[in-house]
Design a protein around this ligand. Structure first.
Ligand SMILES: [Fe+2]
Length: 275
């Protein structure tokens, strides 16, 4: 699709492009169609100077689909916005999500998209990195691809929310720990591309392998996915906004400025069951 209303500036070889010429608070259908096509192609898009109200943030998310309410993370629920997750860190409470992950894969239907906006950001540091799991899959040998196709993995919150590793409104107890089983390689429902779908935050083990086999294979895949050539890195400014395709990417914050005040707000768009 030819972009007529927006301009795209890729920021890395594997994924990520900055979008100019779009006001997300006032978006017509044709501009949204260009943004959507660019998002599928580049996997994560960045916008600057988007001073959105909570309603505008949610309205942009709803262009992609119904919004999800996160089961554990702190939100702006008290102000009538349970869909807006608040990720805040400062000297007293340092950044916590400093590991590579895909959002909410402990759910049977993990979100399709996450839309994160910088509300208070540090002058330096606190960048976010993304990795393309389609690019990582494509780079594997055909022998490894054959081995992974058909495998499934168990995902849960035992390494994250259940341990209280994230500030959250409620901690699931052992009996209620959400668990999901997903293919190790999923096929993107819109692009048809195959992507690796295991992550170090929520993947517990690969079914059918002995524990040592599962650990070794997952350790290889996590390292492989985060190969620098499969990643991009974004520096936040106040009112920067990123939207990523949660079906074919992982991300992490770079926790190099822990004392600075950093407040991010996120909405997530419901996804389908990975296949
Ligand atoms: Fe995340």
């Amino acid at each position: 699709m030819t972009q007529r209303r927006i301009q795209l500036r890729p920021i890395a070889g594997a994924l990520g492009a900055e979008v100019c010429g779009a006001d997300l608070a006032d978006l017509d259908d044709a501009t949204f169609a260009e943004i959507h096509a660019a998002w599928l192609e580049h996997q994560v898009l960045f916008f600057r100077d988007q001073d959105l109200t909570p309603d505008q943030h949610k309205a942009f998310g709803r262009r992609f689909g119904p919004l999800q309410v996160h089961p554990f993370l702190h939100s702006r629920k008290a102000e009538g916005h349970p869909e807006i997750v608040v990720l805040e860190s400062n000297e007293a409470r340092p950044v916590v999500a400093a590991g590579w992950h895909t959002d909410v894969t402990f759910s049977e239907t993990p979100p399709m998209a996450s839309i994160l906006r910088g509300v208070e950001v540090p002058a330096w540091g606190g960048d976010t990195m993304w990795a393309s799991t389609t690019r990582a899959y494509d780079a594997l040998s055909s022998t490894m691809k054959r081995m992974l196709d058909g495998l499934v993995a168990i995902h849960d919150t035992s390494k994250t929310f259940s341990r209280g590793a994230y500030p959250s409104e409620s901690h699931p107890d052992a009996e209620k720990t959400p668990t999901a089983i997903h293919p190790v390689v999923r096929t993107h429902p819109e692009t048809g591309k195959k992507a690796l779908f295991v992550n170090s935050a929520f993947t517990l083990r690969i079914k059918g392998l002995r524990p040592a086999e599962s650990e070794a294979l997952l350790a290889f895949l996590y390292r492989h996915i985060t190969t620098p050539e499969f990643t991009c890195r974004f520096h936040w400014e106040k009112n920067s906004l990123a939207i990523w395709d949660n079906r074919c990417t992982q991300h992490r914050v770079v926790a190099d400025n822990l004392k600075a005040h950093r407040r991010m707000e996120r909405v997530t768009v419901e996804g389908d069951r990975p296949v």
